[in-house]
Design a protein around this ligand. Structure first.
Ligand code: ADP
Ligand code: MG
Length: 335
């Protein structure tokens, strides 16, 4: 990546919009010089009174420090000039390699059903990317289908490091618990902890795994309270023998009800192999210190017994699919 002065966005020809999230729009674009197809993510500057948003600085800094085949590659930063006449402040874009799909868009295709070797292949790549981030003391903090990008060679990459942060130097500092999209948020964050580590991403990875197996999101809560309720009905209520620290968490007394639910994971996943069930169990462990790490998950029987994971290049090729477009298409059908 070039450093110093950044190039102009005019080096790229914008094609269609492929994403719209919390922090900005994403476009497909073509390089005027090389013809290469890229993704341009606009840095949202709306509420910035004082220059460049700190969240974008953090995202860029982290992306620049990472280099792995299962992590999205930031190619460069480009800018558009400010126009004094129409009060346009000028924009900043991150330029990424273009990826044909995100996992949510792919899974939502009509009639889509992933085979077991295919699920193993995606999960193995997700865990390899997470292992790399965690080894480098980066917490992603927003693992979910629309942030997992897949190209037409079947390579899966972690993307959207907008909420990510380094956890090494800050180990004694408190961290915010208002991260991770609700359905993928682990119990310790919902119960208000401000001290946490890589295990938060492992819970989200477990939710993705369970979703790939069952073909639908496993814990679709509408609010924090319902999220915990659904979670305890599936994973059982937290008990001090398994998770002694739970009682010390800020919101435990308000949110952990008197009614005790039994754990139902074995039952819900009974039609899957023993090794698949055992891995779901290890991801969806309420106590974060007992939850499986990315490294141990990669070593689990699930990935080493028949049917073994297929290779990325053997995966079927699909027409491009992004969550933004499937959502838009659905809105048109509903009209
Ligand atoms: P946000 O913070 O807005 O969620 P993301 O980085 O997740 O930002 O981008 C939003 C969406 O745009 C993604 O879910 C994905 O569908 C699409 N997208 C992002 N980066 C790329 C890329 N490099 N290639 C193709 N599509 C992308
Ligand atoms: Mg996103």
């Amino acid at each position: 990546m070039r450093s110093g002065c950044s190039r102009s966005v005019e080096n790229y020809e914008k094609m269609e919009q492929i994403g719209e999230g919390t922090y900005g729009q994403v476009f497909m674009a073509r390089s005027n010089t090389t013809g290469e197809i890229v993704a341009l993510k606009k840095v949202r500057m709306d509420n910035e009174k004082e220059g460049f948003p700190i969240t974008a600085i953090r995202e860029i800094k982290i992306l620049k420090s990472l280099d792995h085949k299962n992590v999205i590659k930031l190619k460069e930063i480009v800018t558009s000039k400010a126009h004094a006449l129409n009060q346009n402040k000028g924009s900043i874009y991150m330029v990424f390699e273009y990826m044909d799909h995100d996992l949510t868009g792919l899974a939502d295709r009509p009639g889509m059903k992933f085979s077991e070797p295919q699920i193993k292949c995606y999960m193995k790549q997700l865990l390899t990317g997470l292992y790399y981030c965690h080894r480098n003391n980066i917490l992603h903090r927003d693992i979910k289908g629309s942030n997992l990008l897949i190209d037409n060679n079947g390579i899966l990459k972690l993307a959207d490091f907008g909420l990510a942060r380094s956890c090494a130097s800050e180990s004694s500092k408190t961290l915010t618990n208002r991260v991770i999209t609700l359905w993928y948020r682990p119990p310790e964050l919902l119960l208000g902890t401000q001290f946490y580590g890589p295990a938060v991403d492992m819970w989200s990875a477990g939710c993705i795994f369970a979703e790939l197996l069952l073909g639908k999101p496993i814990l679709p809560g509408k609010n924090e309270l319902e999220q915990l309720d659904l979670m305890f009905k599936l994973c059982g209520s937290p008990v001090p023998v398994d998770w002694p620290e739970v009682e010390l968490l800020p919101w435990a007394s308000s949110f952990v009800g008197k009614k005790r639910f039994p754990r139902r994971v074995q039952d819900v996943f009974r039609r899957f192999s023993r090794s698949a069930r055992s891995l779901v169990e290890s991801f969806l462990t309420l106590n974060p210190t007992h939850r499986i790490s990315a490294r141990d998950a990669l070593d689990s029987d699930y990935f080493w017994e028949e049917p073994i994971p297929c290779s990325p290049q053997d995966l079927p090729k699909y027409e491009p699919s992004h969550e933004f477009q499937t959502r838009k298409r659905r809105q048109v059908w509903l009209c």
